[in-house]
Write a protein that binds this ligand. Structure first.
Ligand SMILES: NC(=O)c1ccc[n+]([C@@H]2O[C@H](COP(=O)([O-])OP(=O)(O)OC[C@H]3O[C@@H](n4cnc5c(N)ncnc54)[C@H](O)[C@@H]3O)[C@@H](O)[C@H]2O)c1
Length: 263
């Protein structure tokens, strides 16, 4: 293999992926497996499309410490170590802020923010004596932008970005790199409602410079990059994969003319 390609080599690495029954988690699990990693996929639900035999699966609720500890133990018992933790599981939350309930807030925060913390700390307890590892948290463009009717989700994704930065500086001394990926709008079940409506989809496409939504496989390259030596000097970063959405500052319709032309 040429040296530059070897930089991206993750073959033989042991990876755990949460939320693996979903759109991005399924793509990440299959993508890592195709790149030669040994994958333990986890989700609170069984996958709708079964994984092939090379990908192991364990039912896991990431909001429960006992489940997460059992997941990491399973990876180490089965494969002997853990090199990569991809914390991808999350749920949406769709209430107007003034109507969001305490239960709704707690549920979203426990899966989306506590889940990645539990997964990171259980992984680190194995990675520290191993001499290092990589953690990749799946954040969101809503780690940076506010969005109406998503108060708990936005708060939880802001927390994922801060969790990533804090763990990165704390665990750098153990050679554990902690980074996050902030996806824009991807075609997954989480967006089923919007994907079913031309009317709702049109403004999303109009505000995205690349002029389309993303397919789940388009997240895989960035995960491999962050898991490999190609990113050896990166830690504490939140890498945006959003078709240019954030660069446009959430500008609502990029097909509109530049208004200052008329002044
Ligand atoms: N799809 C997008 O446009 C988009 C944009 C930004 C960020 N994200 C993030 O990407 C990640 C993946 O989302 P997706 O779009 O694939 O959604 P998805 O709904 O297809 O997948 C999420 C998965 O998480 C699982 N899950 C929910 N609660 C769980 C729990 N307690 N324990 C374990 N698993 C649990 C679900 O069963 C589901 O399979 C999430 O972190 C999401 O916030 C997605």
């Amino acid at each position: 293999m040429p040296n530059t390609l070897r930089l991206f080599d993750i073959s033989g690495k042991v990876a755990v992926v949460t939320g693996a029954a979903g759109g991005l988690g399924g793509a990440i699990s299959r993508g890592l497996n195709a790149a030669g990693a040994k994958v333990l996929a986890a989700d609170i639900c069984d996958p709708k499309v079964a994984f092939d035999q090379e990908i192991a699966f364990l039912r896991t609720d990431v909001s429960l410490r006992s489940d997460v500890d059992a997941l990491i133990e399973e990876a180490c018992n089965r494969f002997g170590r853990i090199d990569l933790m991809v914390s991808n599981a999350a749920i949406g939350g769709g209430a107007a802020a003034e109507k969001e309930t305490e239960e709704g807030w707690d549920k979203v925060m426990s899966v989306n923010a506590k889940g990645p913390f539990l997964c990171a700390s259980a992984s680190a307890r194995k990675m520290i004596p191993q001499g290092g590892g990589c953690i990749v948290n799946i954040a969101s463009v809503l780690s940076f932008l506010g969005h109406p009717t998503a108060v708990s989700y936005c708060a939880s994704k802001g927390a994922v970005a801060q969790l990533t930065r804090t763990l990165a500086i704390e665990w750098a001394k153990y050679k554990i790199r902690v980074n996050a990926i902030a996806p824009g709008f991807f075609r997954t079940a989480m967006n089923a409602g919007m994907l079913a409506s031309e009317e709702l989809l049109k403004p999303i496409i109009a505000k995205t410079p690349l002029g389309r939504i993303a397919e789940p496989d388009e997240i895989v390259g960035t995960v491999i990059y962050l898991a490999s030596d190609a990113s050896s000097f990166m830690t504490g970063s939140v890498v945006v994969v959003d078709g240019g959405d954030l660069a446009a500052g959430g500008y609502t319709d990029l097909t509109l003319p530049y208004i200052y032309d008329t002044l």
